[in-house]
Design a protein around this ligand. Structure first.
Ligand code: DHB
Length: 313
């Protein structure tokens, strides 16, 4: 059964989406063609690749590798540069869905400059990426709470659209607590959790080698095997911030059931990375159908009905 009366709409920091699914930044969203294809797809929003002031080629190849259960990448922020994305965004409005600009940088000032520049074209939402693990010599800002606070205070001043933060996974409740209070202080409007599990290593035993070239083979882990880490972070932040900050769940989504699990943990929407790269944009149609089936079978009529309803024993 595919019950079209089930309501998959949602809102992110007050911005409505007709469907609670979108691409994760990085997945099929670098070029104009890719962004337009997302516009034509069933995605509920268009998320751009994380952008820097200058266009970047990214790290040397091979820089992405998929295997049973997931993927590892060290792309190195290949992107067109923020002036180009600022130029593309107005035309992407014709697809009638929210546009989320993902902002990154190589230093704090890059983020402030990018956020200010993108703010002039008023994307529906801005996602500040504090969690790129793949720049040699540049630690993930999300793991340095002081640096994150300083950066977010500066960016907040120049952003007038709802502003979110893309976080790395945390593995201790003390870290969730520090980050949650910082996010409340800076008045962040939404969270995307999690980015890839940084600096993992996949080994090919046959070749006795690493599988990607940059950083001696270390890279960000994504895909189904990181789902429990993602769910833990969604749940932890939902409990700490509940109500004040919308959560976009990211990590490990392959099926409609995976989306349902993120919603139960408190996500209002989800982003899909590895599965989109591997399967293409038809993944949105399949996962939407599966989510409708799951919700119908469970007796839920909408995303809102099941959001945060995870039972504790
Ligand atoms: C890249 C990877 C990330 O996980 C991220 O958040 C930003 C950029 C990359 O390697 O391009």
């Amino acid at each position: 059964m595919n019950d079209q009366s089930i309501d998959l709409s949602t809102t992110i920091a007050g911005v409505p989406l007709t469907v609670c699914m979108m691409n994760a930044s990085g997945a099929r969203c670098v070029t104009q063609e890719e962004l337009e294809a997302l516009g034509r797809s069933r995605a509920g929003a268009i998320v751009t690749k994380s952008m820097t002031p200058q266009p970047r080629e990214g790290n040397p190849e091979p820089r992405y590798y998929s295997f049973a259960g997931g993927s590892i990448n060290s792309m190195g922020l290949p992107n067109l540069g923020y002036p180009t994305y600022a130029r593309l965004i107005p035309a992407l409005r014709r697809f009638g869905k929210p546009i989320i600009a993902s902002i990154a940088g190589l230093c704090e000032q890059d983020f402030v400059d990018g956020a200010r520049a993108l703010n002039t074209v008023q994307p529906d939402l801005m996602e500040i990426n504090l969690s790129c693990p793949n720049l040699p010599g540049k630690p993930q800002i999300g793991y340095d709470f002081q640096a994150a606070q300083r950066l977010l205070r500066k960016v907040r001043e120049v952003v007038t659209v709802p502003m979110g933060v893309k976080l790395p996974p945390y593995f201790d409740p003390a870290h969730h607590e520090v980050m949650a209070s910082l996010l409340a202080e800076v008045e962040v409007d939404f969270l995307s959790v999690i980015n890839s599990v940084g600096n993992a290593l996949v080994v090919n035993p046959e070749a006795e080698s690493v599988v990607i070239k940059p950083k001696g083979g270390f890279g960000g882990l994504g895909g189904h095997l990181i789902k429990p880490v993602a769910l833990a972070n969604v749940r932890a932040f939902w409990k700490l911030l509940h109500g004040r900050v919308t959560i976009i769940g990211t990590g490990g989504i392959v099926t409609g059931t995976d989306v349902f699990e993120h919603l139960l943990c408190g996500a209002s929407a989800v982003q899909i990375g590895t599965t989109l790269v591997e399967e293409g944009l038809q993944a949105f149609d399949r996962i939407e159908t599966e989510l409708r089936e799951v919700l119908q079978k469970k007796g839920y009529r909408s995303v809102h009905d099941c959001q945060g309803k995870l039972r504790e024993l």
